[in-house]
Design a binder for this molecule. Structure first.
Ligand SMILES: [Zn+2]
Length: 269
């Protein structure tokens, strides 16, 4: 499942499309996670003005007040050429280039937003972790009294958007906070460390993801979005030595809300 850095990497790749005029759109099936909007072909004839992102939604701004919303689901990706039977949306541009949306598991979402209309998927989202509207005080405030683990709180899209299972483990490791600690027991100091490490981890991941774009693709060579496993300090490292200097502990894995969390019980309290 792509998290914010991967979607931001895709957004940066798609910004190559700014200024291009859409010639035609071909839908190879009726739906992804939801049916395509009935007027999906109304994107044809419009130029792409900008490519924005809100949480994990890509917002492709088109001429005449239309926004094309796209979510990559679990396995969605954009490419420049046809790949095979999982190519569900094919966009041809007036300049002869092409954009292909491929999604084997079809959990992706596409919709259109007219003018300044609110969209039900965007209405209830919390603050952007890298935006100026979020900070350590707001984080501390939003988890005060919450009787859930800090790991679950970081995954709650009303508290902060775009952080998923991988980066939540990484952030809490670098902040030195146990993923099992209840949100209501997070001190102001801990909230500050979590906030700071959220910035560090997400920005480093975006930076790493950007290197895949230089290959001229919106995905890495494995066909996946740009995760860089060698850079993970704890994620997927169960039983390996903790990467902190002077720590001889092994990384543990626990299941929280049905999903794996990786952490060091010595370094994280
Ligand atoms: Zn450790």
């Amino acid at each position: 499942m792509p998290e914010l850095p991967e979607v931001e990497t895709v957004r940066r790749g798609l910004s190559d499309l700014i200024g291009k005029e859409i010639l035609s759109v071909e839908l190879n099936r009726a739906d992804l996670r939801f049916p395509f909007p009935e007027d999906m072909d109304s994107i044809a004839g419009r130029k792409i003005l900008n490519v924005d992102r809100r949480a994990k939604y890509l917002l492709i701004r088109l001429e005449n007040d239309l926004t094309w919303l796209a979510h990559l689901g679990m396995t969605g990706r954009f490419g420049k050429t046809l790949e095979g039977k999982h190519d569900h949306v094919v966009i041809d541009f007036v300049d002869g280039t092409r954009l292909v949306y491929t999604d084997p598991r079809r959990f992706g979402i596409m919709d259109l937003i007219h003018g300044d209309d609110e969209h039900k998927l965007l209405n209830h989202l919390g603050p952007e972790p890298l935006g100026s509207e979020w900070n350590e005080s707001l984080l501390h405030e939003s988890i005060r009294g919450r009787n859930v683990s800090i790991k679950a709180a970081l995954l709650d899209q009303k508290i902060v958007v775009g952080i998923g299972n991988i980066y939540a483990s990484e952030i809490l490791f670098r902040a030195g906070v146990s993923p099992k600690r209840l949100a209501k027991n997070i001190s102001k100091k801990m909230a500050e460390r979590i906030y700071n490490e959220t910035q560090n981890v997400l920005l480093a991941a975006i930076e790493a993801g950007g290197s895949t774009l230089r290959d001229g693709q919106f995905k890495n060579t494995d066909g996946n979005l740009g995760y860089f496993p060698h850079e993970f300090a704890v994620y997927d490292r169960e039983g390996e030595n903790c990467t902190s200097v002077e720590c001889s502990n092994l990384i543990r894995r626990v299941i929280q809300s049905g999903r794996s969390t990786f952490y060091c019980s010595h370094c994280q309290r």
